[in-house]
Design a binder for this molecule. Structure first.
Ligand SMILES: C[S@@+](CC[C@H](N)C(=O)[O-])C[C@H]1O[C@@H](n2cnc3c(N)ncnc32)[C@H](O)[C@@H]1O
Length: 294
């Protein structure tokens, strides 16, 4: 058994009868099979507020885990954690947390970061639907969504839907950044409409990240010193995840949208029909004649 002090395990299945079962705050992962271990102790709580305050690091990630005052950046749906680990290497003055429900995938990034001795990266195995249980208001500065499933059937499952944005607002600082990097024209188009419908400030929007040579850094960007003279060359966009490499090999262009999420204002879903991605299984289903979705 290898010890993974930087991995926390807290899946939604731990919520039983509207009560919260809480896993141990330090997850021990089997070295060979990945992180699918059971909780080692269970704590029950009855009220929503108690549930929110029950995760021991909520509001204390910096002081008690990272032991610094640096900003916190989440990668939601991190898979193998390539982005979280890649960013942690590039930005030692920031803290990164990869979140995913699949422990076996996360295990790869968790192992790599442990071997390298990276102190600014952690992992949380949970369902993103309950992500607001783990962070206090304003505790997180940025969110990365890397090659998220487009969820063409159901808007509320999309990680850029107003359903999820409302959850992010519980812990993302006012005007915090959200990065969407995707192969999916469906998810990209949906997110563009969602951002437009809610007047969310857009910093960068390109349908072809690696083909777009027109980008130049603007002086008022939050971190202009970290960016080079084109998007492809910027440090945080130079990481290629497993899924990204698959899509690139198939000749798909990579899309990127970076916007800010203000804390206030009603969020509305866009009312548009969007063409489905024709290379995804949803559209290949013979029983379905749908070519668009909302
Ligand atoms: C297509 S993969 C992308 C993985 C990685 N970001 C990459 O680029 O290689 C999507 C990941 O999101 C995770 N995921 C999707 N929906 C989730 C949810 N609601 N809660 C937790 N993880 C989720 C899946 O387990 C999967 O690992």
């Amino acid at each position: 058994m290898a010890s993974y002090p930087h991995v926390f395990e807290y899946p939604m299945g731990a919520l039983v009868n509207d009560e919260l079962r809480m896993t141990n705050d330090e997850c021990k992962l089997p070295a060979s099979s990945g992180c699918d271990s059971d909780s080692s102790f269970v704590t029950r709580h009855s009220s929503f507020e108690t549930r929110h305050s029950s995760f021991p690091l909520r509001g204390r990630w910096r002081q008690e885990f990272f032991k610094n005052d640096n900003p916190i950046v989440l990668e939601l749906g991190c898979g193998r954690g390539e982005y979280a680990v890649g960013l942690a290497r590039r930005y030692p003055d920031r803290n990164f947390i990869g979140v995913d429900i699949k422990g076996s995938r996360m295990w790869s990034g968790a192992t790599e970061s442990l071997k390298e001795g990276l102190k600014n990266v952690a992992f949380l195995r949970t369902n993103i639907e309950i992500i607001d249980h783990f962070f206090a208001p304003g505790e997180v500065q940025e969110i990365w969504l890397t090659f998220s499933d487009p969820q063409m059937k159901k808007a509320t499952k999309r990680l850029t839907s107003t359903y999820f944005l409302a959850r992010y607002r519980h812990f993302l600082e006012d005007g915090g950044l959200i990065h969407l990097k995707t192969d999916s024209n469906f998810l990209f188009t949906y997110t563009k409409y969602m951002v437009e419908a809610n007047h969310l400030p857009v910093e960068v929007c390109t349908e072809d990240l690696y083909g777009d040579k027109s980008y130049r850094p603007t002086p008022n960007l939050a971190r202009p010193q970290l960016r080079t003279d084109n998007l492809e060359g910027s440090l945080d966009l130079s990481i290629r995840t497993y899924y990204e490499q698959q899509w690139l090999a198939r000749g798909l262009s990579i899309k990127y949208l970076r916007f800010r999420l203000p804390a206030e204002g009603t969020l509305v879903e866009p009312d548009v029909e969007i063409p489905l991605d024709d290379y995804r299984s949803y559209n290949r289903d013979k029983r379905s004649s749908l070519i668009t979705s909302r």
